[in-house]
Design a protein around this ligand. Structure first.
Ligand code: GDP
Length: 443
């Protein structure tokens, strides 16, 4: 989903991520692209306006985080703002402490209400081990009751149905039946129409009064873009829905619904449904959705790591040491520690464009090997740590170190090679011309 939104946003972002310096007109140009991509994805224009204003203000005002260049910093701002308009945090489902928990579902016909009831039932049984029952109270569309019964049979969940036209009566009797039979969660299906009308609203208001539901969950079809947000608002104004279930996210949706609902209607999206099968249903996480919309997993992971782990000064010192040709085992150890803090080396190198070969070599080093190398270094004398050539010259030293670390001599030799490889890599990089480096960035 959101393919074109993702790729357009990514294009706008890519243009700036490698940049060491950004001025206001760079940001304006990027924001123009971002604004267009959002409008084209059918995001509500007020949301777009607010979004771009917030991003611009933050992008210009924000202190540059250590470890990120200005371009990456802006990606972070855009990502955080996407997350923020979808509600920051996932909003969990509420349950009653005592007695039956009731979820009343509402939504227009065709929005995926019946299907979502089935999915929610399966989800509650699987993840919360709840005994679930459905009440079929969509009395206007005969096929709706049949459909719920069919789904109930398919997933082994009982459906309460009376074959009468009075929704209030069905709900009242259904809840009593559930109580008598030890059900813990009851999901009520209600009247859906093609359009919102007074009569339907009134019936929903009545059912709400009667059932006093723990949550009112509104299903909205993501394919309807920002209309979904307006529909949500109309329902919300009269019924105070507690959560939305965003359906059909597997379809060719452009992102407008996901990005508009919360801001326009105030209803938090609690679940997303993305398929016709019963297990395509999961809690909605604004953070994950923002990452998904923005794509750019690489840059986003780097940003996440940078915010928590990298100290730019430390990295700079390390780089200087490496360039100085005095790079020794102390430095190597420090470097291991830095890299370890950031995660696996192959992942880190994956962020650096044009580092394919090194990435491949590095992917063979795992955390355990790092630990082993650290132990070997700790069995060296101070002089050996500072002067790697001492070890190169004397096999007796290599044997002593191996014994002290409880490893083989070939392990010690591997470490020597790692140090050499580092020095070589730095030399190659420092001999590159500006053009070479630019080409690498572009790759
Ligand atoms: P209701 O009228 O609101 O009860 O909607 P239904 O549950 O009957 O769903 C309407 C149509 O959308 C059906 O054909 C469902 O199979 C389909 N549908 C529901 N949810 C999803 C979804 O998440 N993805 C896709 N692709 N189809 C869905």
């Amino acid at each position: 989903m959101e393919n074109s939104l993702s790729s357009r946003l990514q294009m706008a972002m890519r243009r700036i991520t490698g940049r060491g310096k950004l001025n206001e007109s760079d940001i304006d140009e990027m924001m123009r692209e971002v604004r267009l991509s959002l409008l084209e994805a059918d995001v509500n224009f007020k949301v777009v306006k607010q979004f771009t204003a917030n991003v611009k203000e933050k992008a210009i005002g924000e202190k540059i985080l250590k470890g990120l260049n200005p371009g990456q910093q802006v990606v972070k701002v855009v990502h955080d703002e996407l997350k923020s308009i979808m509600g920051e945090e996932a909003v969990p489902l509420m349950f009653e402490n005592t007695g039956i928990t009731t979820f009343m579902t509402i939504g227009l016909q065709g929005s995926g209400k019946t299907t979502s009831i089935g999915k929610l039932g399966v989800y509650l049984r699987k993840n919360y081990k709840k005994k679930v029952m459905f009440i079929a109270a969509d009395v206007y569309r005969p096929a709706a009751i049949e459909q719920l019964i069919t789904i109930g049979k398919q997933i082994g969940i009982e459906v309460y149905d009376e074959g009468i036209k009075d929704a209030r009566k069905i709900v009242k009797n259904g809840l009593e039946y559930a109580k008598k039979n030890g059900y813990e969660v009851v999901i009520i299906d209600t009247a859906g129409r093609l359009h919102i009308d007074e009569e339907m609203m009134q019936e929903l208001v009545d059912v709400k009064k009667l059932a006093n539901p723990t949550e009112i969950l509104l299903t909205v079809d993501a394919m309807t873009g920002q209309d979904a947000a307006q529909i949500a608002k109309s329902f919300h104004d009269q019924l105070n829905a507690t959560g939305a279930i965003l359906t059909k996210l597997d379809g060719d949706t452009r992102g407008g619904a996901a990005l508009s609902i919360r801001e326009v209607s105030g209803i938090p999206i609690k679940f997303m449904s993305s398929g016709e099968k019963m297990d395509t249903f999961e809690p909605f996480h604004p953070e994950r959705m923002a990452s998904r919309i923005l794509g750019m997993g690489d840059v986003l992971t780097l940003i996440e790591k940078a915010t928590e782990a990298i100290d730019e000064d430390e990295a700079k010192n390390m780089m200087e040491r490496m360039m100085s040709d005095k790079f020794n085992y102390y430095d190597l150890l420090k470097q291991f520690k830095m890299i370890k803090r950031m995660g696996s080396i192959s992942k880190i190198l994956g962020f650096i464009p044009g580092m394919g070969n090194i990435k491949k070599a590095a992917s063979q080093i795992d955390d355990k090997q790092f630990d082993k190398m650290a132990i070997i270094i700790s069995s060296m004398t101070e002089a050996e740590k500072k002067n790697p050539e001492l070890i190169d010259k004397a096999s007796s030293r290599r044997q002593r170190i191996a014994k002290g670390a409880g490893v083989s001599v070939s392990d010690v030799n591997n470490l020597r090679q790692a140090l050499e490889a580092q020095k070589k890599m730095v030399k190659t990089m420092s001999n590159m011309s500006e053009d070479d480096l630019k080409r690498l960035e572009k790759d």
